[in-house]
Design a protein around this ligand. Structure first.
Ligand SMILES: [Zn+2]
Length: 119
C-alpha cells in the first residue's frame, strides 16, 4: 500500500476516495503539508500558481518523485512542465517515435526523458 491520497478543502484534509475527514483546523499551506508529511498522506500535484493538476476532472498524485497516478492507482505518463509546473501530457502521435510532452497549461513542449527515469 502506498500513501493515502488526500484532498484539501479550506483548512481540512479529506481522504480523496471516500471523502472522509482526516484532519481539520489546518490554517496554512505549511501546516497542511507538514501534517501530510507526518501521516503518510500524499496531496494532489499543483503547479507553480498552486492550481491542482486535473485530468478528466480528477486530481493527480505524484509518488516517489517521478510516478504519477490518478485516484484509481493507474500510472499515468505525465511530467511536470519546467516552466509553469503544469501538467505535461505525452503526445499520442503513433507516427512519432519520441517522448514529446506538452504542457496543458502553457503549451510548452519538452522532452520527457529529462523528467522521467524509464527503462
Ligand atoms: Zn507549462
Amino acid at each position: 500500500m502506498g500513501p493515502t491520497k488526500a484532498i484539501v478543502k479550506g483548512s481540512a484534509i479529506y481522504e480523496a476516495k471516500t471523502g472522509k475527514l482526516i484532519k481539520d483546523g489546518l490554517n496554512t499551506p505549511e501546516e497542511i503539508q507538514d501534517y501530510a508529511n507526518h501521516h503518510y498522506l500524499v496531496l494532489p500535484v499543483v503547479n507553480k500558481a498552486c492550481q491542482p493538476w486535473l485530468l478528466d476532472g480528477e486530481p493527480i498524485y505524484c509518488l516517489r518523485g517521478t510516478r504519477y497516478e490518478n485516484l484509481n492507482d493507474e500510472v499515468l505518463h505525465l511530467a511536470k512542465c519546467p516552466d509553469c509546473g503544469g501538467m505535461g501530457i505525452r503526445d499520442d502521435e503513433p507516427m512519432v517515435e519520441s517522448d514529446c510532452i506538452r504542457c496543458v497549461s502553457c503549451g510548452h513542449e519538452f522532452d520527457a526523458r529529462l523528467e522521467m527515469m524509464e527503462s
